[in-house]
Design a protein around this ligand. Structure first.
Ligand SMILES: N[C@@H](CCC(=O)N[C@@H](CS)C(=O)NCC(=O)O)C(=O)O
Length: 208
């Protein structure tokens, strides 16, 4: 059986939720923070990041959006097929959330990777929060336009990724109260049995 490697608090929660929703035969292996830089894990993913899926033949798939795409193709229902309007929009949303919004968090989680001096890092953080404000406004508006419960109007893997992003918002100076649709989405997600299961497997608590 393939194994999904996760770590508390991280974006690996998105494929973990997708696996719960699909009831897919994938084992969840939650590693402790810090173990992602140790040899045992670096042998699996030399990038030292989660998520990663290791298949029975030893092949490894990384990148959250790619793992979600594989899950949809291997274990999804028809609605997860990409050659539908919903499937195309789901792929678009996942690419946006991972390559734009998640990537923007570099300036929050690791400003030291982007600049050396404290002053430069402070400036990077300020710009990062400005950029994130724009992203969260866009996400909030899109969700509202689609009815407010699910990001694309129906539950897709984009909701799993969005939930990760709304959890991270609390770690920044931004407030979820400024994004009512996102706040509601978080509540909808936390009432979901698959989300509850995935949080438990990843040693995480709902925000409430
Ligand atoms: N582009 C990768 C990014 C993966 C990533 O940044 N994972 C973070 C957790 S959300 C991580 O493992 N960080 C540990 C580190 O960089 O030390 C993806 O979308 O999967």
């Amino acid at each position: 059986m393939p194994t999904l490697y996760t770590m508390p608090g991280t974006c690996s929660l998105a494929p973990n939720i997708a696996i719960a929703w699909l009831n897919a035969p994938v084992e969840i292996h939650n590693i402790a923070y810090g173990d992602h830089k140790k040899d045992a894990f670096l042998e699996i993913n030399p990038k030292g990041k989660v998520p990663a899926v290791r298949f029975d033949d030893g092949d490894v798939l990384t990148e959250a959006a790619a793992i979600l795409s594989w899950l949809g193709a291997a274990h999804g229902f028809e609605k997860y097929a990409h050659n539908t309007e919903l499937g195309r929009k789901e792929a678009e949303a996942l690419a946006y959330m991972s390559s734009e919004v998640h990537a923007a968090y570099g300036g929050h989680f690791a400003p030291g990777n982007l600049a050396d001096s404290d002053a430069a890092q402070d400036e990077i953080k300020r710009k990062t929060y400005e950029n994130l404000k724009g992203h969260y406004t866009r996400l909030n508006d899109q969700l509202k336009a689609n009815g407010g419960s699910w990001y694309l109007g129906k539950r897709t893997f984009a909701d799993a990724f969005l939930y990760v992003l709304t959890r991270w918002l609390d770690k920044t100076p931004l407030s979820i109260d400024d994004y009512p649709a996102l706040k509601k989405h978080r509540a909808v997600m936390e009432a979901d049995e698959g989300v509850k299961k995935a949080l438990k497997l990843q040693d995480m608590e709902p925000i409430g």
